[in-house]
Design a protein around this ligand. Structure first.
Ligand code: PGA
Length: 253
């Protein structure tokens, strides 16, 4: 059985002090959570302090992005060694906001995935289609290209450490959630692409999160789907109680 993974992506929200406060509230809220893996992704600026807050708890640290180079003249960027030093266990890669606004491509996603894996950190690789792509009949080709691009030259052994996050772009931050059936059908397809590349065992073991307006009220339905193994949560992760509401839905499974 795949373990549920509920990850809060705080995006560009919360100052350092607010982040520390939210992290403390989450630690308290989830202290009895046993089955579900709980992950939070604060901003770069707050990450080291949040790491101190969650040390020794059942909450794990993710970083929202990295650069694929080791170091050097890359103003504004953060390297994998920097995030490794503070104990990050996951790195979110290829979020649609990165793809849309910051020139992320399948090639840069792939470079980041390989760099992350080489450092012993687990990538959460985001994929997803726009509404135009879905309506234009391109859903499968878009997702297949993104998955194959992300995993180019990645061994099966390394791929098995990755988490995928299927996030339909039209559902992110819009309040429009994919139906349980749309999410399930799409994620089953995504798993079939992983199977095509790596075979049955890796595909069946890989956790695929759903992301896009997941809330306590719709989480149970989504998480009940066979191919949905957790959530990547934006808005609802910014408050401990709503985040916990989603974790409860996973724990109840
Ligand atoms: P949302 O964001 O939950 O606010 O829709 C999800 C995400 O972008 O990871």
């Amino acid at each position: 059985m795949r373990q549920y993974i509920i990850a809060g992506n705080w995006k560009m929200n919360k100052t350092v002090s607010e982040s520390v406060e939210l992290a403390k509230a989450i630690v308290e809220a989830v202290k009895d959570v046993k089955k579900t893996e709980v992950v939070i992704a604060p901003t770069y600026l707050a990450a080291a302090k949040v790491a101190d807050v969650i040390k020794g708890t059942n909450v794990k640290l993710a970083i929202q992005d990295i650069h694929w180079k080791d170091q050097g003249a890359f103003t504004g960027k953060v390297s994998v060694d920097m995030v490794k030093e503070i104990g990050a266990e996951y790195i979110i890669i290829g979020h649609s906001e990165q793809r849309q606004y910051f020139h992320e491509t399948d090639e840069t996603v792939n470079l980041k995935v390989k760099k992350t894996l080489a450092a012993g950190i687990k990538p959460i690789i985001c994929i997803g289609e726009t509404l135009d792509e879905r309506n234009g009949g391109k859903l499968e080709s878009v997702l297949s290209t993104q998955v194959k691009g992300a995993f180019k030259d990645v061994s099966a052994e390394d791929a098995a450490k990755c988490v995928l996050a299927y996030e339909p772009v039209w559902a992110i931050g819009t309040g429009v959630v994919a139906t349980d059936e749309q999410a399930q059908d799409t994620q089953a397809f995504v798993r079939s692409v992983v199977k095509e590349i790596y075979g049955e065992a890796v595909a069946e073991g890989m956790r695929i999160q759903y992301g896009g307006s997941m809330k306590p009220g719709n989480a149970a339905g989504l998480l009940a789907q066979k191919d949905i193994d957790g959530g990547l949560i934006g808005g609802a992760a910014l408050k401990a109680d709503t985040f916990k509401g989603i974790i409860d839905a996973a724990e109840a499974r």
